[in-house]
Design a protein around this ligand. Structure first.
Ligand SMILES: [Zn+2]
Length: 88
């Protein structure tokens, strides 16, 4: 059982939770030696460390639990905004 975070209505137990998420753009820095990789060189297994190149990606900014009716209304309105909620 949970309370809808949009309309405040109490949702019955066993009802699947509907979640609305908003995303923001996040920049991830370059990380040196972030991944351990095993390669085979001259017939032997050798451990090497690879860099994470970083880059730009999405990150969940806001996530709210809503009832089925609010979730349906949110999808029909098309306001499932996934951009520019916050800038890191
Ligand atoms: Zn609701």
């Amino acid at each position: 059982m949970y309370r809808c975070q949009r309309c405040g209505e109490c949702v019955a137990r066993g009802t699947p939770r509907q979640v609305i998420s908003s995303y923001r753009q996040a920049q991830h820095p370059v990380r040196k030696a972030a991944f351990k990789v095993t390669v085979i060189e001259r017939g032997k297994r050798v451990t090497r460390w690879k860099d994470d190149p970083g880059g730009v990606g999405k990150q969940v900014a806001v996530e709210v639990a809503v009832c089925a009716a609010c979730h349906r209304a949110h999808e029909e309105n098309g306001d499932s905004s996934s951009e520019g909620v916050e800038r890191l």
